[in-house]
Design a protein around this ligand. Structure first.
Ligand code: S3P
Length: 442
């Protein structure tokens, strides 16, 4: 956690082709569904970052066996125990830094007729949980926790759920997925209507395990079929669009660069950053469109170009939610003004991403005005030659490392060890492309 990353400036244009590791969101869901399916599920392209390993460990504590097939832990077989086969854990279930693990597990644990306690790291203990605890309580689960059940640790005793109609106030794939997973265990139909569409990986993956999910008049609808079945073919996980974004933006920012990223997930609920980066003037091509598993993919090719600021349309916010720290970094190095409003959710991510990015970019020499629900950035150059604090947030650390490639002097990024939660090979792959990156012990 306390590691320092020394980044930038890039000494030469970025060049090359690297394969981005598996998608974090999809890896979580693959292990979860496989663990609760009848039979063995073979998974390839799993992201072996700390977040996904936490999800695997949570199921191991409830009696699910996992066979790893390679040292990199990207290929595994999950020996599913069936929908009603999880065992009461002897100790707490630790989600670490992973919001997706914690929130989706609330749905799974709500369906279990036993007691469990869900914990995480200091950052996760600050993040709101009422958004998932409230709906599953309505479905019949007993949940208590700090702050009236809004913060970890949460104590959960589930079982005997009934389906509900649920209209969350926040557009959140984690909330939607939590309720759909609880719906697997419920009597009757569970329906969710979102204020804005969010990533639909859960809805795309459930049918692979024999559980259809429909959409009726805007309601995402799950009528439980009574169990999940391990798919006969391997579950393939595409490269993570959110991780690819770091190298795509770095290439767009450094003059003369050309970087290719093969077979990256381009789910339309995840590709907001591609659209915004193109709107900012980037030369970003999506070639060879095809499918991996139930997800669309394409080869991304990015060439360095001059970028300019944009006003982010509200409809793009949910589709870009994890990439805003990175786009703030790009905006600081673009021409003109970049404006984001209506994105208050950024304040309750792994860190307060509005405040932490405003402080870090400000320290590096950017002109950033913090708004309650976004930022206004006046583009220009970055002096660098400073220390910034990533506050243990992986995406802040990597966004600042990208910004530093175009700074005039190196940036020392403190508390950057959390990069290992989602993209453990970020530094080595970035170095292969020619980014200036090195670890220094704190
Ligand atoms: C995720 C959903 C998003 C995203 C997170 C992963 C998921 O969170 O920020 O990194 O896998 O469902 P919200 O659902 O809270 O927006």
């Amino acid at each position: 956690m306390n590691k320092v990353l020394i980044a930038g400036p890039a000494e030469e244009p970025l060049q090359g082709r690297v394969t981005i590791p598996g998608d974090k969101s999809i890896s979580h869901r693959a292990v979860m569904l496989a663990a609760m399916a009848e039979g063995d599920t073979h998974i390839q392209g799993f992201l072996s970052g700390e977040d996904n390993l936490a999800t695997a460990a949570v199921f191991a504590r409830m009696g699910v066996r996992i066979t790893w097939h390679n040292e990199a832990r990207t290929e595994l077989t999950v020996h599913g125990v069936g929908l009603h086969g999880l065992q009461e854990p002897e100790s707490v279930l630790d989600a670490g830094n992973a919001g997706t693990c914690a929130r989706l597990m609330v749905g799974v644990l709500a369906g279990q007729p036993f007691h469990s306690v869900l914990v995480g790291d200091a950052s996760l203990h600050q993040r709101p949980m009422a958004r998932v605890a409230n709906p599953v309580r309505r479905m019949g689960a007993d949940i208590d926790g700090r702050d009236g059940g809004n913060r970890l640790p949460l104590a959960i005793r589930g079982g005997s759920l009934r389906g509900i109609d649920f209209e969350p106030k926040v557009a959140s794939a984690q909330v939607k997925s939590c309720v759909l997973l609880a719906g697997l265990f419920a009597d009757g139909t569970t329906r969710v209507r979102e204020p804005r569409p969010t990533r639909d990986h859960t809805e795309r993956m459930l049918p692979l395990f024999g559980q259809p999910v429909g959409v009726e008049y805007g309601w995402i609808t799950l009528k439980p079929t009574g169990g999940l079945t391990a798919p006969s073919s391997t579950v393939l996980i595409p490269s993570d669009s959110s991780s690819a974004a770091f190298f795509a933006v770095a290439a767009a920012l450094v003059d003369g660069s050309k970087v290719a990223l093969p077979s990256v997930g381009i789910n339309p609920r995840r590709d907001g950053w591609c659209r915004l980066l193109q709107a900012m003037g980037a030369d970003l091509a999506l070639d060879n469109r095809s499918e991996v598993g139930s997800e669309p993919v394409a080869d991304l090719v990015v060439t360095g170009s001059r970028l300019h600021g944009v006003q982010v349309p509200p409809r793009d916010i949910a589709d870009t939610i994890d990439e805003f720290p990175l786009l703030f970094a790009a905006a600081a190095l673009s021409e003109g003004e970049f404006l984001l409003e209506g994105a208050e959710e950024l304040r309750v991510k792994e860190s307060d991403r509005i405040a932490v990015m405003a402080a870090a970019l400000g320290a590096a020499g950017a002109r950033v005005e913090e708004l309650p629900d976004g930022v206004r950035i006046t583009g220009g150059s970055l002096a660098g030659g400073c220390s910034v604090d990533a506050c243990g947030d992986h995406r802040i650390a990597m966004a600042m490392a990208v910004a530093a490639q175009r700074a005039k002097a190196p940036i020392a990024i403190h508390n950057a060890g959390a990069i290992a939660t989602s993209f453990p090979s970020f530094v080595s792959l970035g170095q292969q492309l020619g980014m200036s990156l090195r670890w220094q012990e704190a």
